[in-house]
Design a binder for this molecule. Sequence first.
Ligand SMILES: Nc1ncnc2c1ncn2[C@@H]1O[C@H](COP(=O)(O)OP(=O)(O)OP(=O)(O)O)[C@@H](O)[C@H]1O
Length: 231
Amino acid sequence: MKPLLEARALTKHYQQGSVTVAAVENVSLAAPGGEVTLLIGPSGSGKSTLLSMLGGILRPTSGAILLGGHEVGNLSDRELPPIRRRCFGFVFQSFNLFPFLTARENVETALRLRKVPAPLRERRSAELLEYCNLAERMDFYPASLSDGEKQRVAIARALAGDPFILLADEPTARLDSASGEAILEMLRGFARRRGKAVIMASHDPKARSFADQVYSLADGRIEALERIPQK
Ligand SMILES: Nc1ncnc2c1ncn2[C@@H]1O[C@H](COP(=O)(O)OP(=O)(O)OP(=O)(O)O)[C@@H](O)[C@H]1O
């Protein structure tokens, strides 16, 4: 299948005083729709930096990023944010929910950002939370939710813009084994059923069995690419 997102010779160097840190070096990858792409590698191998560049949060030092075949890596600071909102959803290990908003209101903020009219926002946020098995928890504040539920709210929020690509950085790191598995199942379902690309960085040994391809990073470089046979 044609990749939804592609990186070609992507490189990021951080300057720390007189020292240059090569966080990502010459990385090429392709993330097809319908598949989960997993990034693994030791701490400091460049996974988060790579995800941030793929999602247009961080500018590469060099290389190209293609979204649906179109180069987006060189767009201006004004052009990039609307494309990021339209095409990407982000999930982080720390959930990043607003503590003073309910689950539903947290999802609604993402819809408001995308200029969805108010009556539609309410319905759409309820649908998204139902999709994430949170129908009973919509009016709860984050403090009254389990960590697994919080992450499902974060996923509902990430899906608010109906993104083509979902980027997840260690989405199960703070979760117990069963909640983590539920999240991985949900991410895989999103890719498979909706034909979207999920790109996830994870240390979780279980993540592998939910992936279609695994890129192993070491010192900012790709050491191996493995296809996981479909079950
Ligand atoms: N803002 C920054 N300034 C300077 N160096 C940075 C910065 N962010 C990351 N680095 C360095 O870049 C390298 C890659 O870091 P990155 O966080 O991408 O790795 P990671 O694989 O995601 O690690 P972890 O699994 O611990 O999150 C590391 O050497 C890190 O110290």
